[in-house]
Write a protein that binds this ligand. Structure first.
Ligand SMILES: *Cc1c(COP(=O)(O)O)cnc(C)c1O
Length: 398
């Protein structure tokens, strides 16, 4: 960890002693942020193209978030689910509209992606009968770390130490043929990520979602789209399934919706909205006025500033720019909007991420062959230029 200066060194020692070992040694110890930039405890500046893993959609210290959070903190932070608040109701209505669920849609609020997935898992169980109980999920998918979400996650190495898994989940290959083979009347639900973020920004095959929609409909299974990473404008549509012109039965949302304040949601469509009944699920913090107010303000700003469109335009520029560097280490550039994956040759992705950090650029290597780039949706020309300069240096170091 040669890049750690004095203050960071001391914090890292304390972190090692006091934090659960689930966390590795921190790459940086960060103190503040502004826009697409963050500063560490030694005063060094970094261009943040990871954005809390697709969470800080408006970047850092955005005035809209600061104002909404401060105002709501001074008004009403939390009540309990015995009571409703205007911001909670307004956010549910808005998500019905943005997802396309419309009048028949309903929203459930939790505090994280995994909680949105847990709610969706219960939804799938409510769509189960004696002869219908299988849940399909994709190999190499990621749906979260709680036990239900982990059972859906298609990574055996993550599951190994925690068996037995919640039963009933079959993991299939991410091909249309595998889906056709697996789908029948015994399937209660299919879970899919439109673009697998943790797997290295891997899109589904062309036509997959449309075929999944046809087959789930024909067999009475729910199509549940996990948009926790892809949703809320990141791919250049409000939700990635909208590129394919389909509507799912349910969508999970979290990460970017409140630009860093914890909140997750499950939105159901049509008949799926009648599956979960009173008492079936709940969460102490879920749907509280603080997080729902900030989410509402973030969605306002995404609309006002045209950030869904910005994600589409800047994402295309970002891909072009990476290809334009012409590095022999770059084997592929993929993804959609501001969710970009870069294939790196010879398993050296972690090295590229480390060299990037040394040049003041934060990005992430979810596996040895891929980089994930998920910057704030607000980025513009200046940030793209800074990115190109720093990323070029990092690749040049190899
Ligand atoms: C991050 C993520 C999750 C889990 O969200 P948490 O908030 O970390 O629980 C689930 N699914 C996808 C696709 C994700 O990217």
């Amino acid at each position: 960890m040669t890049h750690l200066a004095e203050a960071a060194q001391a914090y890292t020692e304390r972190h090692r002693a006091a934090l659960m070992r689930t966390l590795g040694a921190p790459q940086l110890v960060l103190e503040r942020g502004e826009g697409c930039w963050v500063w560490d405890v030694d005063g060094r500046r970094y261009l943040d193209f990871l954005a809390g893993i697709a969470v800080d959609s408006l970047g850092h210290a955005h005035p809209v978030v600061v104002e909404a959070a401060a105002r709501q903190a001074a008004t009403l932070i939390h009540v309990s689910n015995y009571f409703a608040t205007p911001s909670q109701i307004a956010l549910a209505e808005r998500l019905r509209r943005l997802t396309g669920a419309g009048e028949g849609g309903r929203a459930y609020f939790g505090n994280s992606g995994a909680e949105a997935i847990e709610a969706a898992f219960k939804l799938a169980r409510r769509n189960s009968t004696d002869g219908r109980s299988r849940i399909l999920s994709l190999k190499n998918s990621f749906h979260g770390r709680t036990m239900g979400a982990l059972a859906l996650t298609g990574k055996p190495t993550m599951q190994e130490a925690f068996r037995p898994m919640v039963p009933g989940v079959d993991h299939i290959d991410s091909t249309i043929a595998a889906l056709e083979e697996a789908m029948d009347d015994s399937v209660a639900a299919l879970f899919v990520e439109p673009i697998k973020g943790e797997a290295g920004v891997l899109p589904l095959p062309d036509g997959y979602l449309r075929r999944a929609r046809e087959l789930t409909e024909r067999h009475g299974a729910l199509l549940i789209v996990d948009e926790i990473q892809t949703g809320v404008g990141r791919t250049g549509e409000w939700f990635a399934y909208q590129h394919d012109g389909i509507l799912p039965d349910a969508v999970t949302i979290a990460k970017g919706i409140a630009s860093g304040i914890p909140i997750g949601a499950l939105v159901t469509f049509g008949r799926a909205s009648d599956l979960l009944l009173r008492g079936d699920h709940g969460s102490t913090f879920g749907g509280q006025p603080f997080s729902t107010t900030v989410a509402g303000a973030v969605l306002d700003e995404i609309e006002r500033a045209g950030l869904v469109q910005n994600a589409a335009v800047r994402g295309a520029q970002l891909q072009e720019l990476i290809l334009g560097i012409g590095s022999p280490h770059v084997t592929a550039v993929r993804g959609r909007g501001l969710m970009v994956g870069v294939g790196i040759a010879d398993g050296r992705a972690a090295e590229v991420a480390e060299r990037s950090l040394a040049h003041g650029l934060i990005l992430n290597a979810p596996n040895p062959d891929s980089l994930r780039i998920v910057p704030p949706l607000i980025l513009g020309d200046e940030e793209l230029e800074e990115f190109r300069d720093r990323f070029t240096l990092a690749l040049g170091d190899l």
